[in-house]
Design a protein around this ligand. Structure first.
Ligand code: AHG
Ligand code: MN
Ligand code: MN
Ligand code: MN
Length: 328
């Protein structure tokens, strides 16, 4: 029997508003802004094959990646919605080298986002996502934005979430009081609560890693992967972090993007991929580390810094960490 569908995201956000004495409607407004932008991006994605929106944009982002049109379109849509919403003073985006200062002196919040996750899957009709984190600014209102406003450890997040543009479009978020998932009903243009109080299985039998990296990873990780195979675990790797993470959160599993010889800090970005999903993971009873340290405790030292990521069912993350330790 499905979960109690019926409450819209808007009504759910309003019903939780009094959880935040200090935030009155501000945080709610930001979540509504993000939901609005995700509906617009969802429509662009669904039409990608029919409009000239697929393909490369023709420039390279600060990551050294060739930007896809949809990376740029999604970035514009989320920035525009957050600007119009009026509650945000600064944005860190995967697609922008520098902090985006919204020149909004009354904005109390900062958003870090990956506007389009899984770009390599856009043109081949495979699930992609959006990832976001929300922080309160730490410097005085009205003063110029400082780096300390945007480079906060993940344990300071006020909220985090992701949108999964998959076989259905879902928005999943936490404000530190559990994780709730909403499914988009296109015909009504509304997200409806479909996955209340999401909890991850403590253990699992799915491991997600790009095994093409085998020649570049530590002996300990090779051992962990061999142990997964010896236990007949399933290998599932979509190439879209949001999709792999969401499946593992629901079914139990671990997603690993490790340190490699070519990329010792791994590929994934701390501020708008690892931190956001780590907050959600822990709120759902799962775990997230860099193979040793809790992701949420990492003190950032640059906007687009990368980190190895081991995220998913707590028992699997612990076993992976232990195997890495024993191999040292
Ligand atoms: P993004 O598209 O936002 O740059 O992120 C892509 C990430 C993540 O979504 C995915 O799991 C990983 O890159 C895939 O990397 P590989 O192709 O190296 O496996
Ligand atoms: Mn990218
Ligand atoms: Mn990404
Ligand atoms: Mn991206």
């Amino acid at each position: 029997m499905g979960s109690p569908v019926g409450i819209t995201l808007d009504r759910f956000i309003k019903s939780k508003q009094d959880d935040f004495p200090f935030a009155s409607g501000e945080l709610s407004q930001i979540l509504r802004d993000i939901a609005l932008a995700s509906k617009i991006v969802n429509r662009e994605i669904n039409r990608a094959g029919l409009s000239n929106i697929s393909g490369a944009y023709g420039s390279t982002n600060v990551q050294g990646e060739e930007q896809q049109n949809l990376d740029v379109v999604a970035n514009i849509r989320f920035c525009r919605a957050l600007t119009k919403g009026g509650e945000v003073c600064a944005i860190v985006s995967e697609e922008d080298d520098e902090v985006i200062d919204l020149q909004n002196s009354s904005g109390k919040y900062v958003v870090a986002m990956d506007p389009l996750d899984g770009s390599s899957n856009i043109d081949v009709n495979i699930s992609i996502g959006t990832i976001f984190s929300i922080y309160r600014r730490v410097t005085p209102l009205g003063s110029p934005i400082q780096l300390e406003d945007v480079m906060q450890p993940g344990n300071k997040q006020v909220a985090a979430g992701y949108v999964l543009y998959g076989s259905s479009t879902m928005l999943v978020y936490t404000t530190g009081r559990g994780v709730n998932g909403f499914t988009y009903e296109h015909s009504l243009g509304e997200f409806f609560l479909s996955h209340p109080k999401m909890k991850a299985p403590l253990d699992g039998k799915i491991y997600s890693i790009n095994e093409g990296l085998d020649s570049q990873i530590d002996e300990g990780l090779k051992q962990y992967i061999a142990d997964c195979k010896a236990k007949n675990f399933s290998a599932r790797y979509i190439g879209s972090l949001v999709a792999d993470f969401h499946r593992n959160l629901l079914k139990g599993g671990i997603y690993i993007y490790p340190s490699t010889t070519k990329a010792p800090k791994g590929k994934l970005r701390l501020l708008y991929e690892a931190n956001s999903l780590a907050f959600i993971a822990e709120q759902a009873g799962a775990s997230a580390s860099d193979g040793e340290n809790r992701i949420l405790d990492i003190i950032p030292d640059s906007l687009h810094q990368r980190t190895p990521l081991y995220i998913g069912s707590t028992e699997m993350v612990k076993t992976a960490e232990q195997t890495l330790r024993e191999a040292k």
